[in-house]
Write a protein that binds this ligand. Structure first.
Ligand SMILES: [Zn+2]
Length: 191
């Protein structure tokens, strides 16, 4: 088990204020990743990976949290986001959602965007096209059953992907979302 991280509100506020942030808050086996991108926009469309807005586009950051372990940090993050009137995209692991439907619904009810983080948090760079499609569509199916809407964005665990994964997203009419900043604060930073 990795040590749980403490992402301070002060640092979050500073990050948002300076438009520099993005981070990944990884907890335990799976991850609860806070990974904002400094700039991003959909320049490629369905099936292409997106890291950031095209240069010269809107100023700002996109915050993303990949959720696959626990709920305590999720609720704390929701509180902080609400306090600063910020919205984020939560990429949800299907297996996590299966155990935490109430928390998933709370995220959605709070007005945040819901994305797909795969069902079993696998290494998508090692999956075939069919395996990629199943992992992603299984997660989508569960989220749709829980919320009534299916995600259109997919963030692969650890950012690992291959051509089959990109093709899988394309066939599912989904976009692949990655990140340009990652705090990795669970690994080499204290509170
Ligand atoms: Zn993850």
């Amino acid at each position: 088990m990795k040590k749980q991280s403490r992402y301070s509100e002060r640092s979050l506020r500073q990050n948002i204020a300076t438009n520099l942030v993005l981070g990944v808050l990884v907890l335990s086996v799976a991850t609860l990743c806070l990974s904002p991108t400094e700039k991003t926009v959909e320049t490629e469309g369905v099936g292409a990976e997106i890291y950031r807005f095209a240069s010269g586009e809107t100023q700002g950051v996109s915050l993303m949290f990949n959720v696959y372990w626990g709920t305590d940090e999720v609720y704390r993050i929701l509180d902080v986001l609400q306090r600063y009137e910020a919205k984020a995209t939560f990429f949800i692991g299907g297996c996590w959602a299966d155990d935490n439907v109430d928390c998933l619904r709370e995220i959605y009810a709070s007005g945040h965007e819901i994305g797909n983080h795969g069902y079993f948090h696998k290494d998508h760079a090692k999956l075939s096209l069919v395996e990629n499609q199943k992992e992603i569509s299984d997660c989508n199916r569960f989220i749709e059953l829980s919320l009534g809407v299916a995600p259109t964005l997919f963030a692969p665990p650890s950012g690992a992907y291959n051509d089959d994964m990109l093709t899988a997203c394309k066939t599912l009419e989904m976009k692949t979302i990655l990140w340009s900043r990652d705090t990795i604060d669970w690994r080499d930073k204290d509170a």
